[in-house]
Design a protein around this ligand. Sequence first.
Ligand code: HEM
Length: 454
Amino acid sequence: MQEAPRITFPAIEGAPLFARWLGLAPRFDIMATLAKGPVCYTRLLGKRIYFVNDAEYVKRILLDNLANYPKSVTYRNNLRPFLGDGMLISEGEFWKRQRRLAQPAFHLRRLKALAATMAGAAARMAAGWEHGKVVDVMPTMNAVTMEIVAKTLFGADVSRDIGTVGEAMNVLGEETGRIRPTAFFELPEFVTRPRGRRFAEAVATLDAIINRMVAQRRAEIGRGAAPQDDLLSMLLEARDEESGQGMTDRQLRDELVTLFLAGHETTSISLTWTFHLLAQHPAAAARLQAEVDSVLGGKAAPSFDDLERLPYARMVAEEAMRLYPPAYVFSRRAAGEDLLGPWRIPAGAHIIISPYALHRRPDYWSEPDSFKPERFAADGSNVSADRPKHAYIPFGGGPRICIGNSFAMMEHAIVMGAVVRRWRLESIPGHEVRTEPRITLRPRGGLPMRVLRR
Ligand code: HEM
């Protein structure tokens, strides 16, 4: 058993979690910290924060010994004030039951019913651009993924409220997306809860709309109306196998807000980085265009059945999420002492896992910083046989893996297909694209790009 190497503050040099707080942002280099070794730690006011950057150890945390690694206090401090006890945060038997209830809504045959909604929103967005204009890709993708998640969750009911819901969601994302030093400590909720009218009003607005939609839908079901093809109907119908119970209004509200948040921001970020990478790699962009043109013909966006004939689109998405995983760090708490290989992890340690760092480790990936969609070819021709499974975790791993991963991959292919069908996106000369590590990894200051009709 060994003590992991300790990294001191100067060595952190603006690691994302501290960058803003210590004013070191200009020296930010995520790799400098997260790639210090397979395991290292730092101390923050006596609290030990471990960085784990090894696929086998990550597997132990997320899968083999997961009972010892509940979610860290960061989730509760940052997100509970508006996600409540939704699936992203809850633990134990309660989490298990909620996940079991929601899982059927994400089966492929249910997702199939949502593809047309995604295609409609994507095609409308792509039809609204003007040749030669500069578009900020980040908010544009945010708007389309927001519309998609709203409509797939609530169906037609949400149409008149979509603007209000979107605004409230953006406020809540803004208020809770910053990583504060308090994120690492067990503190009462009144200390960590964002203060201020903006936050309280956004929560109240969202709750009022969601509660109204839930009540309406319950009433419709009570009158014997046919269930709709949206996630709200599926969640309302869900019954626990053992108890036969459904969700209460409060549980439904928390899961709906969780799916709303988790379901749009990450996907919009991965689409945004994808368009940046395609503009930097014309050969990959040309291959994607050829694939999309041949599969779509005259259609504006891919249908569900088109997706299996768009393998390169999937490879592009996977490679973009390797280089820029939207959830670039997530965290756990060591409930009891554990060993990761030879390294001792003390009880109470805060553990940070970084898909970003794992996805760029040179011993797992050849030319780790290069954009090469071919590494994800389905025939495995470019996949290194000895790369461990947990070296690629854009959606996390183990039982708490993202419930929306197939939803996200489908949405990514549909939106990307609709854009590529009509447009070529060009980088703006002189605009430096840099990462902005918040709770998610966005491009700093958005991503302006010029849209050119093909
Ligand atoms: C590119 C898009 C996405 C990425 C990169 C992503 C990433 C992740 C990651 C890394 C986790 C695990 C967090 C952890 O273990 O601490 C997670 C969990 C989760 N995601 Fe996603 N996600 C995406 C899209 C979605 C979508 C579209 C939905 C829903 C419609 C969704 C809903 C959730 C939920 C509910 C959880 C919690 C699952 C649980 O703990 O049981 N995500 N996501």
